[in-house]
Design a protein around this ligand. Sequence first.
Ligand code: FES
Length: 207
Amino acid sequence: MSDALNYLLKVRKDVVEPYFKALKQGGKHLDVKTRSLLSVITKVDAQTEAGLKQYLVRALRDGNSADEILDAMLVCLPTLGMSKIIWAVDIILKMNLPDFNPELIGKEKQWYKLIAINELEEGISRHDYDGRACFINKKGDEHHVYDSRCPHQAADISLSSLEDTTLTCARHQWKFNVGNGECIENGNRPLNRIEFKIEDGFVYVYS
Ligand code: FES
């Protein structure tokens, strides 16, 4: 949320809070994916860059594919106009999201072999695959696998930010506990988990 909205919520709570409630209520008959697509469209229409980045990441997290997001924008072409769509696509491309990579777009999810389990060190490690990356946190026989992209606006989180058990996203300083992925400071969403399996002595991710 912007500083201005936070300010208004503080000093004019009685006026601003019902507005947010109405927005929420207005979408109660829509499924999650549709609602998040519509949120993306509103941000493209209003041309708010931070909002677009945030809602784009949410739309992906809610299960929309890059194809579905592009389709949603294109079916709204008559009202958005091509220049706003181009504006949005420029921002999306600068975000460098693997989902929008022309070589990955439309590609079915599949299993990727990452590393032999006996080569995996205790603690957290970063692994690249097919133009993306993930973190594996190993504690004995327990493993957690997280997307390296920040759940806020999808900045790629560097392993060099690790301090003890905390990863920090350089863009807006959200901090995450690698033990459970929870956001512990500055933000409100956990690291995105990636489905994984250990088979024939190797770690695989489904992505
Ligand atoms: S992109 Fe904003 S904190 Fe990571």
